[in-house]
Design a binder for this molecule. Structure first.
Ligand code: BG6
Length: 515
């Protein structure tokens, strides 16, 4: 790296103009969906693939569902047509579906059954989609419960379906393991069958445009990049609040709880993006490297730390949008005295030069007051109070990145209130995605599937990061699981979690900025 005459950095990777971005090309492919008749396939995957087809992004491809209950190609097409009409009725168009349906296939099979993997190979070959140079691109999508993943991967390896026969990729859904140990084990099994650059660990939060924008926003605007550190930031807050409960997912949620479901993955990814150093260029591994460093710099929690600085909660019955909703313990397939947490709040530190001493407050939960995912950076107060008549604490300056549902970026600051005597009044400058771009935000699966089809790993989670994220939450999980909570349920549906979550900040003269 050297300095040019203009004082601009020149590097092998980074230029100020004519940026050499990696070019990814879409080759013909077959996508095998294990669990092709399951909920994820019906609600998310097939609608996303259908959209891509409708927008003419996909031409030469096939989707092959694998699993049970039995169906032939024709029946599968009918089933998927009905589910598209149910879950994405607006997008459904008879004429387009007629064409799209021809790309769908199904193979009835049992994941443990070896002979079914022979049939799978025959079926893939019979579909006959071949790319340049006679290569066959096959993408395996594990849309199955986590316990099924290892056996499928092992069989793919055993039957030479992962490396030798095809140019293969594999997409692995969350939850990725149940704890650090099982995640390591799953990584080991995957490593035996695939190379790391064939493995696409999906976290749908990374497919959200406003989440991707965090990097663009931070590293392309001098005004923000300069203040993004301990000298100017008082604290950072990440809220992932949901209004919904657990719906029909009681059995899954009982074994997961909020930490495994949201904190270990979505929240940690947001954390990494907000806190990371600039990558040396916009390339998958440079970005993943920087995120990993942050995860490694998060201060490990011991028993006392967890007791003092984390809060767990479980919702009881309450009211949401004027409707009475049941408590967690009354939900379908939930143990009536369940101690599964549905709420998490905690204070974290990133022990590096940029963030030393800056608290990161994290909060997430089900059945909270409203659905909002937001990152707030509160700026430090100026030392001198020139304005204002009273000694009230002035409103802090805040930068707010709203990821959903109303995607925007807002900067809150103080101005003089008209006519009054030198009063400061908080106002906002707002950038709204919908207003500026006049477009709806695309569902994350479309972007992520497309990236995988093209071979771009940037928005997927690397092996070492998955393990690091588990290493952060594992101590919390084991301490919570070894100590029965005395006060569950401790918040009403429709509230912002238990009172301790508020106190976590109030005892430090701060407050949650997302309300
Ligand atoms: C999933 C969790 O990963 O994310 C769900 O399993 C949660 O429990 C969902 O509801 C939230 O996603 P989004 O995109 O609606 O914020």
């Amino acid at each position: 790296m050297n300095w040019s005459d203009t004082g601009v950095i020149e590097s092998r990777f980074l230029q100020t103009c004519n940026i050499r971005a990696d070019e990814f090309k879409l080759e013909p492919f077959v996508m095998v969906i294990f669990g092709g008749r399951g909920d994820l396939s019906k609600r998310k995957l097939l609608p996303a693939i259908y959209h891509l087809f409708k927008e003419k992004e996909l031409v030469d491809f096939a989707v092959l569902g694998f699993g049970a209950p039995p169906a032939d190609d024709g029946q599968y097409r009918e089933i998927m047509k009905e589910s598209l009409r149910t879950f994405d009725g607006e997008a459904y168009e008879e004429k387009i579906w007629e064409e799209f349906g021809k790309h769908l296939f199904f193979l009835t099979g049992v994941f443990e059954e070896e002979k079914d993997y022979r049939k799978l190979r025959e079926k893939i070959d019979s579909i006959g989609i071949t790319a340049t140079g006679g290569v066959k691109n096959v993408i395996y999508y594990l849309a199955v419960p986590p316990r099924e993943a290892p056996v499928i991967v092992e069989k793919l390896r055993k039957f030479n379906l992962s490396r030798a026969t095809y140019q293969a990729k594999i997409i692995v859904e969350k939850p990725f393991g149940h704890d650090l140990q099982s995640a390591r084990e799953l990584n080991r099994i995957l490593d035996d069958a695939f190379d790391e650059n064939q493995i696409y660990r999906i976290d749908h939060y990374l497919g959200k445009d406003p989440v991707q924008n965090i990097i663009f926003f931070r590293f392309s605007n001098a005004i923000f990049e300069e203040i993004w550190n301990r000298r100017y930031i008082d604290n950072v807050q990440i809220t992932v609040a949901e209004e919904i409960g657990i719906d029909t997912r009681g059995a899954f949620y009982e074994s997961a709880g909020v930490v495994r479901d949201i904190v270990q993955n979505h929240v940690m990814q947001l954390f990494g993006l907000v806190a990371m150093e600039p990558p040396i260029a916009f390339k998958a591994d440079f970005i993943r490297e920087e995120k990993l460093k942050i995860l490694r710099s998060i201060r490990p929690m011991n028993e006392e730390y967890i007791r003092e600085d984390t809060v767990r909660g479980q919702y009881g019955p309450g009211w949401i949008r004027g409707e009475r909703v049941p408590g967690y313990r009354e939900e379908e397939k939930v143990f009536p005295r369940s101690n599964t947490p549905t709420f998490f709040a905690g204070k974290f530190y990133v022990d590096n030069l940029r963030w030393a001493g800056v608290p990161f407050y994290i909060r997430t939960g089900k059945r909270l007051a409203r659905r909002v995912t937001e990152i707030c950076l509160q700026l430090k107060q100026l030392p001198l109070r020139l304005f204002g008549r009273t000694c009230d604490v002035a409103e802090p300056d805040i930068l707010i990145l709203t990821i959903q549902p109303d995607e925007k970026i807002a900067l809150r600051f103080g101005v003089k209130y008209p006519y009054s005597e030198n009063q400061i009044y908080p106002v906002s400058m707002v950038f709204s995605y919908k207003e500026v771009f006049q477009t709806k935000i695309h569902p994350p699966y479309e972007r992520l599937l497309m990236d995988c089809m093209k071979g771009d790993l940037t928005l997927f989670v690397r092996e070492d990061a998955v393990e690091e994220m588990w290493a952060i939450v594992d101590p919390i999980l084991s301490q919570w699981e070894n100590n029965t909570p005395a006060d569950f349920p401790n918040y009403k549906a429709g509230e912002w979690g238990p009172p301790q979550a508020r106190l976590l900040l109030e005892r430090e003269n701060r407050r949650w900025l997302t309300e």
